[in-house]
Design a protein around this ligand. Structure first.
Ligand code: SAM
Length: 194
């Protein structure tokens, strides 16, 4: 759950929260608010790169948190003020349904009360993108990095250059050289122009 998105200044970082959530094993993202640019970018990435990641815009943070808990799930709020990650991650990993909340500006005090865990990825201020990435990596113990995403472009890991497979054609695009996009080569460009 992305709380507190400010369309005038958070487009890029909220998009990156979503990209990290998807790439590091989350099933979906609840966006509190609306932003056509963020929604298009994340939906486009999910369509082109496969998998079943879902974006739900215009979520009500309180309604979703309460509903999540009522249906048996648990809530982790990432905040620099929380319990430090290494001290609680083994306990959190026992939960089967986790809603992870990250903020932008000041997070309402009620979120701290409703959360089952307030978790710090180190007790220093940094970024929701970094906090989410490290949290998911510790949660999944690195296994998320080997995960396959069905039905999209596939990158063949390469020590040099770029190799992309287009599943629908079973053909390969091989290219070395200049980066054309932040997210891939020109042929595999996922349209994210951030
Ligand atoms: N003053 C804000 C607060 O009350 O947490 C910090 C805002 S910070 C720019 C945006 C978000 O990044 C926070 O809401 C939190 O989710 C995440 N974050 C930043 N540093 C963190 C840390 N050390 N551990 C966990 N999450 C962190």
């Amino acid at each position: 759950m992305r709380l507190g998105h400010r369309p005038e200044r958070d487009k890029r970082i909220t998009t990156h929260v979503g990209l990290v959530a998807r790439a590091f094993g989350a099933e979906g993202m609840l966006l509190c608010g609306r932003d056509a640019h963020v929604e298009e970018s994340l939906n486009d990435a999910a369509r082109r790169w496969g998998g079943a990641f879902r974006l739900t815009p215009n979520a009500s943070w309180k309604g979703e948190i309460v509903r999540w808990k009522e249906s048996g799930g648990q809530v982790v709020h990432l905040t620099m003020y929380g319990s430090n990650l290494p001290d609680v991650i083994d306990e959190i990993r026992k939960s089967e349904d986790i809603l992870i909340v990250v903020g932008a500006e000041k997070v309402p005090a009620e979120v701290y009360q409703l959360a089952d865990w307030n978790v710090a990825v180190g007790n220093q201020p940094h970024s929701e993108v970094a906090a989410l990435a490290v949290f998911l990596d510790r949660l999944f113990q690195g296994e998320e990095l080997g995960r396959e995403f069905e039905g999209g472009l596939k990158i063949v890991p390469s020590s040099r250059g770029k190799e992309v497979i287009y599943p629908e054609f079973s053909s390969k695009d091989e290219e070395g050289g200049d980066e054309k996009s932040e997210y891939g080569n020109e042929a595999a460009d996922d349209g994210l122009d951030e």
